[in-house]
Design a protein around this ligand. Structure first.
Ligand code: GLP
Length: 268
C-alpha cells in the first residue's frame, strides 16, 4: 500500500484528479471504476474543471460504478446513476452509453445481473483505475463487514450502521433502500490500480483497520493489503489513528524523488 497523507480534503481531491488525468490522457481506451458518496464529489469537481479548461477529455473512456441501490429507478434523485450524471457525466464529454452501473431492475434476477456485470467488465478489458471511498465500518462499495474477500458483483443487504450513516442523504419520508448491487471485493482487487480516498475523523478507525490490519472480512477494505497497486489518499484527520505517519510521509518523499529521476511509471 502507498499511503499518502495530505493537509486537507482539497489536496486529496487534487491529487486523486492527477491520477485520473494521467490515466485518461495516457491510455487510448481508459476504463475507470467510479464511486459515489460525499468523498469523491470534490474529485469529480476537479475533473470537470480540467475538462472545462480543455485539459481532459473522456471521449474514449468507459466507466463502471461500484454499486447501485435496488428498488429505485435510474431517474430517482437518490439513484447512483443520478448522482453520477449530476456530479460528473453531465459536465464532461463522456459517452453515456459507455458508463455502467450494476443495476437490477424489478423482475430481474440479481444473480444473473451480477454475472452479467462481471462479464461486461471483462469485455472492456478490466478496470484500469478504481476510485474508492470507505465506509465508517470499513466497507468498500457496499461490501459490508463479513463480505467474502473473494466476492463478485452481487446483491447485498446494508448494515444498520451504513443505513444510519447514509440516512443524512434522505429526507425524513423518503424511501431509503436497504439492498444494493455492488462489485465484490475480488472484482475490486482485479482493477490494475485502486485509489482510495478517505477524509475526516469519522473515517480514522476504518483507515487504521484497513492499513494496519489484520486482513479480515470484518474490515472489507483491509483486502486492499493484497493489492499490488493500492494508493491510499488521506487527509490528516482520516490518518490520525495511524501509528507510522512519519514513515508514510518519508516514503512518499522518496517516491516523489524516484519519480522525478525516472519518470512516472504506471502499468495500466
Ligand atoms: C457509501 C458507498 C461507498 C462509499 C461510502 C462512504 O455507502 N456505497 O462507496 O465509499 O458509503 O461514503 P462517504 O464518502 O459519503 O463517507
Amino acid at each position: 500500500m502507498q499511503v499518502i497523507i495530505f493537509d486537507d480534503a482539497q489536496q486529496v481531491a487534487e491529487n486523486a484528479a492527477e491520477w485520473v488525468a494521467e490515466l485518461v490522457n495516457k491510455k487510448s481506451a481508459p476504463v475507470l471504476g467510479l464511486a459515489t458518496g460525499s468523498t469523491p464529489i470534490s474529485l469529480y469537481q476537479q475533473l470537470v474543471n480540467k475538462h472545462q479548461l480543455g485539459q481532459l477529455s473522456f471521449k474514449n473512456t468507459t466507466s463502471f460504478n461500484l454499486d447501485e441501490y435496488l428498488g429505485i429507478a435510474a431517474d430517482n434523485a437518490q439513484s447512483y446513476r443520478h448522482f453520477m450524471n449530476e456530479n460528473l457525466f453531465d459536465h464532461v464529454d463522456i459517452d453515456k452509453t459507455k458508463t455502467f452501473l450494476p443495476t437490477c431492475n424489478q423482475g430481474e434476477n440479481p444473480r444473473e445481473q451480477g454475472l452479467a456485470y462481471e462479464e461486461k467488465i471483462k469485455q472492456a478489458n478490466g478496470v484500469d483505475l478504481q476510485i474508492l471511498g470507505i465506509g465508517a465500518n470499513g466497507h468498500i462499495g457496499f461490501n459490508e463487514p463479513t463480505s467474502s474477500l473473494a466476492s463478485r458483483t452481487r446483491i447485498k443487504t446494508l448494515t444498520q450502521q451504513t443505513l444510519t450513516d447514509n440516512s443524512r442523504l434522505f429526507d425524513e419520508h423518503e424511501f431509503q433502500p436497504t439492498l444494493a448491487m455492488t462489485m465484490g471485493i475480488a472484482t475490486i482487487l482485479d482493477a490494475r490500480y485502486v485509489l482510495l480516498m478517505a477524509t475526516g475523523a469519522n473515517k480514522a478507525q476504518a483507515v487504521k483497520d484497513m492499513v494496519a490490519g489484520p486482513l479480515s472480512a470484518m474490515c472489507p477494505a483491509s483486502a486492499l493489503q493484497m493489492h499490488e497497486n493500492a494508493i491510499i489518499l488521506l487527509d490528516k484527520a482520516a490518518a490520525s489513528e495511524l501509528e507510522d505517519q512519519d514513515y508514510y510521509q518519508w516514503a512518499n518523499n522518496q517516491n516523489i524523488k524516484i519519480n522525478q529521476e525516472f519518470g512516472l511509471y504506471h502499468n495500466y
